[in-house]
Design a binder for this molecule. Structure first.
Ligand SMILES: [Zn+2]
Ligand SMILES: [Zn+2]
Length: 377
């Protein structure tokens, strides 16, 4: 279908009210194109798609932004349960893959979903392929697999009609330069372990699993209740302890309390089915880091001295205290020690050897084995 040229006189006619927008809607169901005023838009406004991706990109980077878009569109897919119920009422019972194909055919003719080809189907796996999707065209310059809209959509539709949890991977993407966009959807368990591993692997950020119900006063991270705490609580807590017991003992108490907290966290991950020591510690570092406690720049292991050096770009206390001329990160030191102790089943101590609050560039912690206590004779 030849596209109409839109010129000045068209805009003028529109402004004067001589014509309305219906004269400028072009719909070609076979090509899956829908344009209004010569712009491929309306049901799929490209600028909106770009804005959504870029909004997430600002905080998450590109890879995780795609995942966040996926989560958003999972809800869109879930809405298809209404259509499925309607079909059932009419006596039409489609298999999940057939229903998925129908949804995308309907969407495609309105300018949205991709014209899919069904490559494989079983109870546990469905593979779909399309030459490209609209988001792969809009976000082509990202040059990575970008089709989070379709991934989430597929997961949402399949979840709605099967009542099970589905996880969709994009194995090939037009935006990355592949010849097709290919989606592999697998029925998976919706477990804590599965989600936590995705965070550690960098496939998801904790934001994907935060369930915030501000009006009920509840926040959950994956399935665990959490609380939000202002950072200045650290200065307040420290100052109050200092007043009652003096500066050094206060540091010791904070170290100990946060060490226990680190241990508790790792113990919890273990209860949820994580058993490898390095994954336990990486998980704790990833969670605390993403919760705003610190950011790890580098960790070094010294095989000869059996010491671990951890360089953190900021810690919650150094940010809260600002420049004090002293090391202040007793809580973080305790937390790191607790995480390592419980993950590896060893006894360690963590000492802060450089601190941003003292004027150093980073906070640096030296983690060493703790000698067994000599018996008191
Ligand atoms: Zn793609
Ligand atoms: Zn520090």
């Amino acid at each position: 279908m030849e596209k109409k040229k839109i010129g000045r006189e068209d805009f003028e006619a529109f402004l004067k009210g001589e014509k309305d927008i219906t004269s400028y809607i072009e719909l070609d169901p076979l090509a899956g194109s829908y344009s209004v005023f010569g712009v491929n838009t309306a049901s799929n406004p490209n600028y909106l798609i770009k804005a959504i991706y870029e909004m997430y990109e600002a905080n998450l980077g590109r890879k995780l932004a795609v995942q966040a878009v996926r989560k958003l569109f999972r809800s869109v897919g879930s809405g298809s349960v209404g259509l499925n119920n309607l079909l059932k009422k009419e006596g039409i019972n489609l298999k999940p893959a057939e229903f998925l194909m129908l949804v995308f055919k309907l969407q495609h003719q309105q300018g949205w979903g991709a014209p899919f080809e069904l490559v494989e189907q079983s109870d546990k796996r469905i593979v779909l392929r399309a030459k490209q999707t609209f988001e792969s065209q809009v976000m082509k310059d990202w040059n990575i697999p970008v089709c989070g809209i379709h991934k989430g959509w597929i997961e949402g539709v399949l979840g709605a009609v099967t009542g099970k949890n589905w996880f969709c991977l994009e194995t090939k993407c037009h935006a990355k330069g592949d010849d097709t966009c290919e989606f592999v959807a697998d029925q998976v368990e919706s477990s804590w372990k599965f989600k936590a591993r995705a965070i550690v692997n960098g496939d998801s950020a904790i934001t994907e699993f935060i369930e915030h119900k501000p009006l009920e006063g509840k926040i959950k991270l994956i399935d665990d209740p959490v609380v939000m705490m202002p950072r200045f609580i650290f200065t307040s807590m420290m100052n109050s302890l200092k007043k009652t017991m003096g500066e050094l003992p206060a540091g010791g108490v904070n170290y100990r309390a946060h060490m226990d907290m680190g241990k508790e966290s790792v113990g919890h991950y273990r209860k949820m089915g994580i058993d490898k020591a390095n994954i336990l510690s990486e998980m704790a570092f990833a969670f605390y880091s993403q919760m705003g406690w610190f950011s790890i720049i580098e960790t070094e292991w010294n095989e000869v001295a059996k010491t671990k050096t951890m360089i953190l770009s900021h810690t919650v206390e150094s940010e809260a205290f600002g420049n004090t001329g002293k090391n202040v990160c007793f809580c973080t030191a305790g937390l790191l020690a607790g995480i390592i102790e419980e993950s590896f089943g060893i006894r360690v101590q963590a000492k802060e050897i450089r601190c941003r609050s003292k004027g150093d560039e980073n906070c640096v912690f030296l983690v060493t084995n703790k000698p067994e206590k000599s018996s008191l004779i």
